[in-house]
Each structure stands twice: as structure tokens, then as C-alpha cells.
Ligand binder design. Structure first.
Ligand code: NAD
Length: 369
């Protein structure tokens, strides 16, 4: 069996707790013969700032570049609230994404049957929900120049952010979305606002061209981003793969997140281009932050982190069977009644981070053994 090199960056707050939970599952993957990994652990975020004076040391960045994939917990917390902007813990994560050019953010929104009651929507609207949001992560209005606040002659101010996309940026994210759809139901919805934005006009044009030239056997639908937001809460199961830009993706993926019940359930992947060796640079991390309110109390839900490992198996290493087994083990553990506090609901006794990770690892062994 091939052994892959994983860099673990647990980070701050609940990061180390959920990362430890994931390592229990890594052991179970190894025991069951599904996958083996060489792991290295390093610092990122506030803990790196404390140790090295930088939220991402150059040596850590080099290790990240040398690894086959990176699994990150979370960064940040009140301890570092007063540090200089360029040294804040989140800057370490942003630098990592930028240096590795991780342009495609994949955020699945899956509603497990056992958790349908935890959603803000009615059970029948969300039960069986399985959407993949593909968000462009390194372009658009968060990075476009000019980006500034200027003072006008009358003393008032003027703020500018620039929404900018090139053909190449749209093409590469469209390829990611269509490739994913080809392995799922074959349906892609592309969200933009071509009715009022030039970047939306180009987005629609390029996605249409990529579809016609390379993926004509798949189904493509264009949807205005505002309508998309509405449809996500009206009839979310109509979507399979949803591709969109950085800004709309930020908002739409948070809406989709709420359909699934808890932040503690949501994994993500940030993917770069395929390198000369055929490997894609990739960072996998839970969507949630460092949750200082529950850090150090064995209360955090490790499923978002464990789900991120499942995405790593699938998207970095092509280990679809192992990823299916792990996703299935999460479903089994939940169906068996395992609940951390965030998903416990009334009348259920919650278990801790360690016990939840052990429940998933046991369910994995039971599936394979
Ligand atoms: P958060 O995601 O850390 O927490 C929001 C709420 O969700 C909290 O009540 C928390 O207890 C709960 N929660 C989050 N993850 C959970 C889990 N796994 N299990 C159970 N409950 C969970 O967001 P926040 O409070 O806005 O931010 C806290 C810190 O995290 C800040 O410093 C922020 O900058 C940072 N942050 C980091 C990332 C990242 O590392 N990618 C993302 C978001 C926020």
C-alpha cells in the first residue's frame, strides 16, 4: 500500500483537540488496511506566533510545500486579539492558501439522516441533502486592486473594492466543478450576477464555453446568485455541484452550512493546480474556527475534521473506497446515537470529542472488519 506524507497543523483553540480525534481515525485507517500515512506535525496561527514570532514560519511553509496534503485544525483566539494585523493568526492560514495557490474551495453540505432535526429547515427539505459548493478562493473582490479608503475634499470618505476575474481564473475553477460533477450526478449550477456585473457576464460566458468544449455530456444551469440564495433555503436538494466566485461563494456556502445543523459537521478542501508529479496541492480543514468558548473542555465535535480527512482521501489520493468507508462510519456513529453537545438536542446525553472520534473509528473497524 502506498504511504502518503501528511502535514498536520492542529493550530489553536479546539484545533489540537479535533486534530487528535482525527489521528485516532488515521490509526483505524491504518489498522484496517484502508490507507497509511507518514505524518509530521507543525505549528500555525497563534501558537506559531508565540513560538516563532510569525503565524507561519518559513520552515513550516516549506514542509507544507513538500507534503502530499495538509490537514489543518483551526487558528485564532482572544489571546492574539491585540497583535499587529500582519501577524494575526489568520494571516498564517491566508499565507498558506496564497503561497500554495489553493484556488478552489470545496465545501460539501451534507445532511445526515440522523441529524435532519438539527437543521433550521423542515426535515423533508433537507433529509438526504448532498450539495458540493465550489468557491473560487484566490481572486475576485477580496483581492482585486484598487482596494482602498480615500478621504474626499469635503472630509468624507470613499471606499473601493474591485471585483476582477480573468478568463484563466474562471476556466480553472469551472474545470474543477465539472470534473467533480462527472463523478457525482453530472449537474452543475453556476451562480453569478451577469444582469448587473461585468465580471458576471464574463463568468457566464467562460463557464458556458468550458462546458460546451469539454463537458457537453454534463448538465449546466446558470442561476443568478441572489435567486440561488433563495433556492438554497426553498428547495436545496435541486442542487448538486454549485460553482461560484469568491464573494458569492462565501455567502452561499454559509447558507448551505446552516442547512446541515452544526458548524462542527462541516469539512472543506482547498485545492490548487495539479503539479508536474500529477499531485494536486491541497489543504483540508474544518469550516469552523478555534471555538475559544469550548476549547480545552473535550466538547468540540471532531466530525468536521474527520470529514476533512475523508475529503483528503478522496481528492488528494483517489482513495474513493476508503473515503466512502469513512463517510459511512460517520453516518453509522451518528445513527448509533453518538452526539457531541452541538448536535445533541434535548434529552440526549452528549459525549466528548475523544469519545466521538472513538465512535467513528470503531464504526470504521466494524464496517471493514
Ligand atoms: P467558531 O467557528 O470558532 O465558533 C462559532 C461557534 O460555533 C462557537 O459557539 C463554537 O463553540 C461553535 N463551534 C465551532 N466549532 C465547533 C465544533 N467543532 N464543535 C462544537 N461547536 C463548535 O467562530 P468564531 O467564534 O467566530 O471564531 C473564533 C476564532 O476562530 C476567531 O479567532 C476567528 O478568527 C477564528 N476562526 C478561524 C477559522 C479557521 O481557522 N479557518 C475560521 C473561522 C474563525
Amino acid at each position: 500500500m502506498a504511504s502518503y506524507k501528511l502535514l498536520l497543523l492542529p493550530g489553536d483553540g479546539i484545533g489540537p483537540e479535533v486534530a487528535a480525534g482525527m489521528q485516532v481515525v488515521l490509526e483505524a485507517l491504518k489498522e484496517t488496511g484502508l490507507a497509511t500515512f507518514e505524518t509530521e506535525t507543525d505549528l500555525v496561527g497563534g501558537c506559531a506566533l508565540d513560538a516563532h514570532g510569525s503565524p507561519l514560519a518559513d520552515a513550516t511553509l516549506q514542509r507544507a510545500k513538500d507534503a502530499d496534503a495538509i490537514l489543518l485544525g483551526a487558528v485564532g483566539g482572544p489571546k492574539w486579539a491585540g497583535v499587529a494585523y500582519e501577524n494575526r493568526p489568520e494571516a498564517g492560514l491566508l499565507r498558506l492558501r496564497k503561497e500554495l495557490d489553493l484556488f478552489a474551495n470545496l465545501r460539501p453540505a451534507i445532511c445526515y439522516p440522523a441529524l435532519a432535526e438539527a437543521s433550521a429547515l423542515k426535515r423533508e427539505l433537507v433529509e438526504g441533502l448532498d450539495i458540493m459548493i465550489v468557491r473560487e478562493l484566490t481572486g475576485g473582490v477580496y483581492f482585486g486592486e484598487p482596494k482602498e479608503i480615500t478621504v474626499l475634499e469635503d472630509g468624507s470618505k470613499r471606499a473601493v473594492d474591485t471585483q476582477v476575474y480573468t478568463t484563466a481564473e474562471i476556466e480553472r475553477i469551472a474545470h474543477v466543478a465539472f470534473d467533480l460533477a462527472g463523478k457525482r450526478s453530472g449537474r452543475v449550477a453556476s451562480a453569478e450576477k451577469h444582469n448587473v456585473m461585468k465580471s458576471g457576464v464574463l463568468w457566464k460566458e467562460v463557464v458556458t464555453k468550458v462546458h460546451a468544449e469539454h463537458y457537453a455530456d454534463l448538465q449546466l444551469e446558470h442561476i443568478l446568485a441572489d435567486n440561488c440564495a433563495m433556492q438554497l433555503v426553498r428547495r436545496p436538494k435541486q442542487f448538486d455541484v454549485l460553482v461560484t466566485d469568491n464573494l458569492f461563494g462565501d455567502v452561499l456556502s454559509d447558507i448551505a452550512a446552516m442547512l446541515t445543523g452544526s458548524l462542527g459537521m462541516l469539512p472543506s478542501a482547498s485545492l490548487g493546480a495539479v503539479d508536474a508529479g500529477g499531485l494536486r496541492r491541497a489543504l483540508y480543514e474544518p469550516v469552523h474556527g478555534s471555538a475559544p468558548d469550548i476549547a480545552g473542555q473535550d466538547k468540540a465535535n471532531p466530525i468536521a475534521m474527520i470529514g476533512s480527512l475523508a475529503m483528503c482521501l478522496r481528492y488528494s489520493f483517489g482513495l474513493g473506497d476508503a473515503a466512502d468507508a469513512l463517510d459511512g462510519a460517520i453516518t453509522d456513529a451518528l445513527s448509533g446515537g453518538a452526539r457531541t453537545a452541538d448536535i445533541a438536542g434535548e434529552g440526549t446525553n452528549p459525549i466528548g470529542t475523544r469519545a466521538m472520534a472513538a465512535a467513528v473509528a470503531d464504526a470504521l473497524r466494524a464496517r471493514v472488519g
